[in-house]
Design a protein around this ligand. Structure first.
Ligand SMILES: C[S@@+](CC[C@H](N)C(=O)[O-])C[C@H]1O[C@@H](n2cnc3c(N)ncnc32)[C@H](O)[C@@H]1O
Length: 334
């Protein structure tokens, strides 16, 4: 049997065409700009490149692969990203567990050419500077919350703000930048808190007005409740509590309990921005019901002011609704 060469898959061409479309889309969204150089350039199915994520941090691109084809065409993918203007370094991050599930043998996974990519870099998002560690969580930075973080900066003037599960301080820094008088961030990860503290200095913020604490979110909230503390604005952005549909029931209980405490810590008339990055929760459509349950548990009344997801550089293909994972809901708390 002879193969028809006209039907052969030209991977180089396909990658080029789809990354060019992705670059063009980000340009239309104003990315990068003089105040933001951290953004998602390729969002898997949303950019018709299933299993390929590319986050750009200044002159550095982090490539997260979660499909065997991406690993198999690694040189072509790297060449395609390397030719983009302004990209000088590539950091390759395979999702080893997912790739193994796909049947990809990851045992000999050694770098052929050792990476010359730095382990740290600095970026700007909405005019705020961030130190990024490339060995940090996700691709090193949660670019998905950019628009939600900016929203927080617009409502923080004169407010006392609590950022629970703060990572490198994104929401807290935006609150301080927006004029908050007192900002506290809480996280369990020491490397994340080191970045957050560095970010205070990078942005010349007053360390008397913004601080980051290492504590478990629930323990911190219990302690703060027992001290009768309260905040004008609370942000709650926990890790993925429902990584699979199977554990959704259990995770719903965790979301309810955490949100109930966060609601009690919010002053009456104050605001709670609460998030779930569990695709299973977002797609189930149950998050608002969980929040209602949390409100009745806390003895509070809530109204929904704003419902958002990931920033617009994280496009979703409607035929792949599993791409929608982030829920970000702003509540008024009475
Ligand atoms: C989704 S990320 C938060 C992203 C952050 N809001 C931002 O804008 O960059 C979740 C964070 O929760 C933290 N975390 C995980 N378990 C925690 C716990 N039990 N208590 C407090 N923080 C926790 C992780 O270290 C991580 O920084």
């Amino acid at each position: 049997m002879c193969r028809d060469p006209s039907c052969a898959l030209d991977m180089k061409k396909l990658l080029e065409t789809r990354t060019n479309a992705a670059i063009e889309l980000r340009r239309r969204l104003g990315l990068p700009s003089s105040h933001t150089n951290a953004y998602r350039l390729v969002n898997s199915e949303g950019d018709r490149l299933s299993g390929l994520i590319v986050d750009v941090f200044g002159d550095l691109a982090v490539i997260a692969s979660s499909a065997a084809w991406v690993e198999n065409y690694k040189p072509e993918v790297e060449a395609c990203i390397n030719r983009i203007d302004g990209i000088n370094h590539i950091n390759w991050r395979p999702s080893v567990d997912i790739l193994k599930e796909e049947g990809k043998d990851m045992s000999g996974m050694k770098e052929v050419h050792p990476s010359t990519c730095p382990e740290r870099t600095k970026v700007m998002e909405n005019g705020i500077s961030y130190a990024i560690s490339l060995v940090g969580q996700k691709t090193g930075f949660y670019a998905d919350q950019r628009e939600n973080r900016q929203f927080i900066s617009t409502i923080s003037n004169g407010q006392k703000v609590l950022d629970i599960c703060c990572y490198s301080g994104g929401f807290a820094l935006n609150a301080a930048h927006g004029g908050a008088i007192d900002v506290t961030g809480v996280d369990t990860s020491m490397p994340a808190l080191q970045l957050a503290r560095e970010n205070i200095v990078l942005n010349n913020l007053d360390p008397g007005r913004i601080s980051f604490l290492r504590e478990d979110a629930s323990q911190f909230m219990k302690g703060a409740l027992s001290r009768n503390e309260s905040w004008d604005i609370v942000i709650l952005d926990p890790p993925k509590l429902a990584p699979r549909k199977k554990v959704l029931q259990n995770a719903s209980g965790m979301y309810r309990n955490m949100n109930s405490m966060a609601l009690r810590l919010t002053k009456r008339g104050g605001l709670l921005m609460t998030c779930s990055c569990s695709g299973a929760m977002t797609q189930s459509g149950m998050f608002l019901r969980v929040l209602q349950g949390a409100a009745s548990m806390a003895g509070r009344k809530i109204s929904v002011l704003r419902e958002a997801g990931a920033a617009s550089d994280h496009p979703i293909d409607p035929s792949y609704p599993e791409g929608a994972y982030l829920s970000n809901i702003l509540l008024r708390v009475l």
